[in-house]
Design a protein around this ligand. Sequence first.
Ligand SMILES: Nc1ncnc2c1ncn2[C@@H]1O[C@H](COP(=O)(O)OP(=O)(O)OP(=O)(O)O)[C@@H](O)[C@H]1O
Ligand SMILES: [Mg+2]
Length: 401
Amino acid sequence: MHYPNPGDMMRRFPVKGFPFKGMKAFYQDFRLGIVGGGQLGRMLIQACPNYDVSTVVLDPSGVAPCHELASEFHQGSLTDYDTVYRFGKTVDMLTIEIENVNVAALYQLEKEGLPVYPQPRVIEIIQDKRVQKQFYRDNNIPTPDFVLVENRADILQHAAFLPAFNKLGKGGYDGGGVQALKSPEDIDKAFDAPGLLEKYIDFDREISVLAARNSKGEVAVFPAVECIFHPKHNLVDYLLSPSSASEEIQAKAEAIARRVLEKLEITGLLAVEMFITRSGEVLVNESAPRPHNSGHQTINANYTSQYEQHLRAILGLPLGSTAIKCPSAMVNVLGAEGCSGEVRYEGLEELLKIAGANLFLYGKKQTRPFRKMGHVTILDEDREKLIAKVEQVKKTIRAVV
Ligand SMILES: Nc1ncnc2c1ncn2[C@@H]1O[C@H](COP(=O)(O)OP(=O)(O)OP(=O)(O)O)[C@@H](O)[C@H]1O
Ligand SMILES: [Mg+2]
């Protein structure tokens, strides 16, 4: 029991229907701790007041996107044991919005009785791409072939494995710990740190399947979302929901996602990124145990948003319908190239005139090139019109200085 004050006990005793013995109900002044205060946390916070849940956020930045929205904001490191441990002692339940956190502190908090979801065990598996990949292999979850490597010299020994992707075990984010090694000449630039080499997959499409599992083991899977790549830059251009992959492939992908959740026995939301090969194989690239960039559109376009679903899952509540209300697309608003400093948005008025375009800004006052400043979710029943609107949105809004 982590509440030593007996005077508080009555309030904290179980309420019928709430699954955690010895805990107050989520609607009774319940403090949900969120480790990480970025845009994913910001949108998770926005789902909380409807459940009368108050939010307590930890982030190293005093101007983090959650700063002004959290019921209570703590500034501090996510990777420091004492900071995370002490933060955990102030809340009734802990969740994360980024996986690069101090897991030892989470284990200790869990041991002392604090519900921590996703479980520290799951975060630990996913935090290190080496462990994560091995987990897929051990559980017969299809994933591109890989070898573990300790350093650059080790990669030289595996030159025959190229072309491959070289991925850092820990610490990579938003593509920062990933690079393609096409031929042995590229090995000079390989990461000189523990990581892996993963076979280069000449994929037909890249999709993402979000799913949630609650503490009773119920699973709900969202329809697959597709990343549409820019034909010239080979960067993700926008996301489309639902994916245009065949029903058979989507069903395969959804079954694989379900399997990953069940094997992980995760409580919470999991985003499973996958490759669809040209021969119709579905391979898991990686997973994230939290709300994900590929699920923003669920706020407007699905019966239940990914954020509310995560909340339902960790609170042990029935999961919501994942069905799509309307086809949608999501375009990131990135800081314009060559612009650093206090942000100014161009084209806002024009953007807001586009029927079905929904603006989400992340509260970041400073822009820099390619920084994720916000996104736009676009809804349209008609796929062609939807894609035309995507092009219109991309031309309209700009984060400049
Ligand atoms: N084996 C592979 N074959 C082909 N492309 C790959 C491979 N691995 C990664 N990629 C490409 O690189 C992108 C980033 O890789 P990955 O998802 O592993 O890294 P990340 O740093 O976790 O990225 P993010 O945080 O953006 O999801 C993938 O979305 C995919 O487009
Ligand atoms: Mg990824």
